[in-house]
Design a protein around this ligand. Structure first.
Ligand SMILES: Nc1ncnc2c1ncn2[C@@H]1O[C@H](COP(=O)(O)OP(=O)(O)O)[C@@H](O)[C@H]1O
Ligand SMILES: [Mg+2]
Length: 201
């Protein structure tokens, strides 16, 4: 491990007193989140658990500044290291893996990652390929790297493989945008993901 990785920077993400309501298709205002708070720091994995309809997706959309409810009312605060998060900060420091994977059906798993590497990694062809190789292995996608993603008409990756491809894209972005600040967290995260991959394979 390099010295920069050892010098661990603790980042803290907080969301405080999130309240969220929206008008449903019966034109009634519905309170979806009422005073929800939480925080997570570098090196931790934070999970939001709850039954269907509990408000998990709504909470994620609020804390990712992406809620789109009809006539929505939203209050509360999201901060990174005490600084209120703006759209610009969110785009730079976060990556949301969506519930529905949306990839290009006609690209292979490797091509998908390679395009992202061209976009996010500042290096030569060899370095980019090496990173793509490492990610493919870490996420258990090496065996299907030349399989097209596919869609309802074209047989391709399985659901689990598509999800892991989404996670690989997220790791590519966060890791390379954030350089060493986040790498300690990512090492932990990768370990967890590796375990999940082994279990779900
Ligand atoms: N934009 C919206 N307008 C009205 N009601 C909504 C809206 N979004 C979600 N809801 C309602 O809020 C509740 C929580 O939904 P959701 O966040 O999708 O739950 P979960 O992801 O935990 O299954 C549900 O009862 C859902 O119908
Ligand atoms: Mg949901």
């Amino acid at each position: 491990m390099t010295d920069s990785v050892k010098k661990r920077i603790i980042n803290e993400f907080r969301f405080d007193s999130i309240c969220y309501s929206a008008v449903n298709n019966k034109k009634e205002r519905k309170v979806i989140l009422s005073d929800v708070s939480g925080n997570t720091r570098s090196g931790e994995v934070f999970a939001i658990l709850g039954p269907s309809g509990a408000g998990k997706t709504s909470l994620l959309s609020c804390i990712s500044l992406n809620s789109k409810g009809n006539l929505q009312q939203i209050s509360g605060k999201c901060t990174l290291n005490g600084n209120q998060i703006s759209q610009k900060m969110f785009q730079k420091h976060f990556y949301l893996v969506p519930q529905e994977d949306s990839h290009r059906a006609f690209l292979t798993c490797r091509e998908t990652l390679r395009y992202a590497a061209d976009f996010y990694i500042d290096g030569n062809d060899e370095e980019k390929s090496a990173e793509v190789d490492a990610l493919l292995v870490k996420l258990g996608l090496d065996t299907c790297q030349h399989t097209k993603v596919g869609n309802q008409f074209l047989q391709g990756l399985s659901g689990g493989q598509k999800k892991r491809l989404s996670i690989a894209l997220a790791l590519l972005k966060v890791f390379f945008y954030q350089s060493f600040n986040y790498s300690y967290l990512l090492i932990t995260l990768l370990k967890i993901l590796e375990t999940v991959c082994v279990i779900t394979r």
